[in-house]
Design a protein around this ligand. Structure first.
Ligand code: ADP
Length: 580
């Protein structure tokens, strides 16, 4: 069974139960209230009749009454009756003779009344004759109220003179009952309605009285209630009976249960609304719970998926990391290899440059060696001839030449040493001096004029001395090569400072550079020279060295002919110099 049908069944059960219980509750309330009404109103009727019950025998003993009946004097009789009625508060007091005929009444002209049976109370008279308290109900109609008659025999000794009857109007009781909103009915033993607050029922016969306190469907009662407006179908009244023992009457309160039903109906509607609200709330709660659990499941699936992805991604990353580490190792190794190869290339290029200059250098050595020899011979000769003083000038010439040769040797030795990788402040003036020391013999041999334009004071840059010397030697040596077949060959070497940079210029008046050569000039192994004359590494190494020191190198053809190389290097700041 679906949840909805279960809820429906439960709701119906709850509503039904609410109906039953609330109806019982409200009926109980109605019953309690009506029982109270019944008790009070029964007491009103009983008290009224009780009061007159004793009055008749008491008054029958009066000698006046006896006298009236004996004399049958209507005037006297009316007077006595009127006094008795006035004292007791009765509706009417009669005097009946020994045959039961009216002698006198407390009311005027009673005898002339047309209704013949008005004073006929045969039952009560008979009882009075028998010496009992006579009782008789004069049943009313929808128009007239009922009356009750008490009769008592009037005697003197054993002589029965007649009877005294007191008629009590039950209208007062009906007036008292009129205050109750529920119908009240008092029935004499025969079932006729004697007193009621529903006028139309008065005098009707209520044949079958049920003593049960139930909703009655008794045809007799239905016959009665049918006279009430709006009574159709199901019984509308709760019949609560009470017995008046003294009279032998039954008093019924017909409690209206319509309101109790309405209240019970309202309780059922409230129960229905509560059920609707409850099921609504329950439905919302169930929906929310389902939604929550759905979301929770979704989140879990998402989390598991994410976890899986993270795991696979982590594995990928780890693999990539390992590969990267391997690559970094490979690159470091390659870099190391490259550095080593570069260093070897630099060294090779240096040695190649030196090789090219070796003829000039050997000439530079041989010349002073020959001079030294001749000076030594002259000095020897002069000392032999005892002219030692004169030999001294030859010896000092020899000393100077040896010193110069030693300086060249020292410079060459330093130049051929493998250069380091550090960067320190270097004086470009010193670099120029030492480079020229190595290059000058070649220039001299080739009759090349060298013009220098150097500034006052040292120009200090950050770099390596030997590497910068190599740069300068390269440029000068290239210029000297370019001037081979030129008349009046000349090289201009300039050094200046400009906006924090040192500007080093090497220019020649050679043939210059072909436009197709220009883009490749700094490429490694690019050379226009014959095999064995050039490696094509000089300018590429120069380029690398200058860039390593944070500088730049450019080349152009001069307008006057020949090539011009310009190097820019950052000047070492004063702090660095101070530290050095
Ligand atoms: P190499 O001198 O071994 O040929 P370089 O790298 O020093 O190698 O020079 C490359 C080329 O650049 C030279 O072959 C030459 O053609 C050209 N070159 C260099 N300097 C000059 C210059 N001052 N004038 C003309 N051409 C030059």
């Amino acid at each position: 069974m679906g949840l909805a049908s279960l809820a429906m069944c439960l709701s119906l059960a709850v509503i039904w139960l609410t109906g039953v219980v609330s109806l019982r509750f409200f009926l109980n309330e109605v019953e309690t209230r009506s029982l109270a009404t019944l008790e009070v109103q029964s007491a009103v009727l009983e008290k009224l009749l009780d009061k007159f019950r004793l009055m008749a025998p008491l008054m029958a003993r009066s000698p006046d009454v006896y006298q009236t009946l004996v004399t049958k004097d209507p005037i006297l009789g009316r007077q006595v009756a009127a006094i008795a009625a006035g004292m007791g508060g009765a509706q009417e007091v009669w005097f009946l003779d020994d045959a039961g005929k009216l002698v006198a009444s407390s009311l005027e002209n009673a005898k002339e009344r047309t209704e013949p049976d008005l004073h006929a109370v045969p039952t009560a008279f008979r009882q009075a004759v028998q010496g009992q308290l006579g009782r008789e109900l004069l049943i009313g109609s929808p128009v007239n109220t009922s009356s009750y008659v008490f009769a008592s025999g009037v005697r003197s000794g054993n002589r029965f003179a007649g009877a005294l009857a007191i008629k009590v109007d039950l209208q007062d009781v009906e007036q008292a009952w009129a205050l109750s909103k529920d119908p009240i009915v008092a029935m004499e033993e025969g079932g006729r309605v004697a007193v009621t607050n529903v006028r139309d029922w008065r005098g009707l016969v209520y044949s079958s009285v049920q003593n049960e306190k139930v909703l009655t469907s008794d045809p007799g009662l239905l016959g009665l209630t049918a006279a009430l407006p709006g009574v159709t179908g199901a019984p509308k009244y709760l019949d609560l009976p009470s017995r008046l023992q003294a009279l032998g009457w039954d008093v019924h309160v017909l409690a209206d249960i319509g309101e109790a039903r309405q209240q019970s109906g309202r309780a059922m509607i409230i129960a229905l609304l509560l059920c609707v609200i409850l099921w609504g709330l329950l439905g919302i709660a169930i929906y929310r719970r389902d939604e929550l659990s759905r979301r929770f499941r979704r989140d879990r699936i998402e989390a598991v998926r994410l976890e899986r992805r993270v795991r696979s991604r982590t594995a990928e990353l780890r693999k990539a990391n390992t590969l990267l580490e391997q690559e970094v190792r490979d690159r470091l190794q390659a870099e190391e290899d490259l550095r080593r190869t570069q260093a070897e290339l630099v060294q090779a290029a240096k040695l190649a440059t030196l090789g090219q200059m070796s003829a000039a250098l050997s000439h530079e050595y041989n010349q002073p060696l020959a001079a030294i020899r001749s000076d030594a011979e002259i000095a020897d000769m002069l000392i032999e001839r005892g002219r030692a003083e004169e030999a001294r000038s030859n010896l000092s010439k020899i000393q100077k030449m040896v010193a110069r040769m030693a300086e060249i040797a020292r410079t060459l030795k330093g130049f051929t040493r493998k250069s380091g990788t550090g960067v320190n402040p270097v004086s470009l003036n010193q670099v120029i001096d030492e480079a020229l020391l190595m290059v000058r013999p070649q220039l001299k041999q080739r009759d090349i004029l060298l013009e220098t334009d150097l500034p006052e004071g040292a120009v200090i840059v950050k770099g390596g001395r030997i590497r910068l010397e190599q740069v300068l030697v390269n440029l000068l040596s290239n210029a000297s090569d370019a001037l081979m077949d030129v008349g009046k060959p000349k090289i201009d070497l300039g050094l200046s400072r400009h906006e924090g940079m040192a500007i080093l210029t090497v220019a020649d008046n050679g043939s210059g550079l072909d436009p197709e050569v220009l883009p490749h000039i700094f490429d490694p192994f690019f050379t226009t020279k014959d095999v064995g004359e050039g490696l094509g590494l000089g300018l590429s190494i120069t380029y690398k060295i200058i860039h390593d020191f944070g500088g730049s190198i450019t080349v152009r053809n001069r307008e006057t002919g020949g090539a011009e190389f310009v190097i820019q290097l950052p000047l070492a700041d004063s702090e660095t110099l101070a530290a050095e």
